[in-house]
Design a protein around this ligand. Structure first.
Ligand code: S3P
Length: 166
């Protein structure tokens, strides 16, 4: 799957805790392709953690770093990219991903993500479960609209998901 830009990345999107990073890392090992994580690349760019950025500079600054990270992937080839859960919030990010390759949405239930949401360092302002459900429901159509492929993860082992996504 090579785009007109000559890029052939695969982007994994989905709600926090859907297992994007784990899948990208393990598929990278399986198919001998380099994998990257936009959160980690953003932290390198920002020289601070995601949480510090949210607290010190605000979400907008983090979102700017996410977009800059995607832009820089245009100079790379054949990456598996695990994307932060909010990357679909910006239309520009969705265009960038489609310019550079295929977008795979790992679709699960809110319960599938619940265990990750208990780690507040992942995203400092995770509020009440009501707010999290509202965010989840806000995001679903954004992932579905952006996805070239959808892989259902609920009730599946990692191997089953990897086989479908691979
Ligand atoms: C976010 C999800 C996080 C990270 C940041 C914002 C979100 O990524 O990008 O905390 O807005 O859903 P993961 O989905 O990899 O945890």
């Amino acid at each position: 799957y090579v785009t007109h830009e000559g890029c052939d990345h695969v982007f994994f999107v989905g709600f926090l805790g859907a297992g994007k990073s784990t899948l990208a890392r393990n598929l990278g090992r399986l198919y001998r392709r380099r994998y990257v994580d936009t959160d980690r690349l953003a932290e390198r760019l920002l020289r601070k953690t995601v949480s510090e950025c949210f607290h010190q500079d605000g979400e907008g600054r983090f979102r700017d770093a996410e977009t800059e990270v995607l832009r820089r992937l245009r100079d790379e080839r054949s990456l598996l990219v695990s994307c932060g859960g909010g990357i679909v919030e910006r239309e520009e990010n969705c265009h960038l991903m489609h310019e550079m390759g295929a977008v795979v949405f790992l679709r699960g239930s809110l319960q599938d993500s619940a265990r990750q949401i208990q780690h507040p360092e992942k995203r400092p302002d995770w509020g009440s479960s009501g707010e999290t459900r509202a965010l989840f429901e806000h995001r679903m159509p954004l992932y579905e609209r952006t996805a070239d492929y959808i892989v259902e993860i609920t009730g599946k082992s990692f191997e089953q998901v990897a086989q479908e996504a691979g």
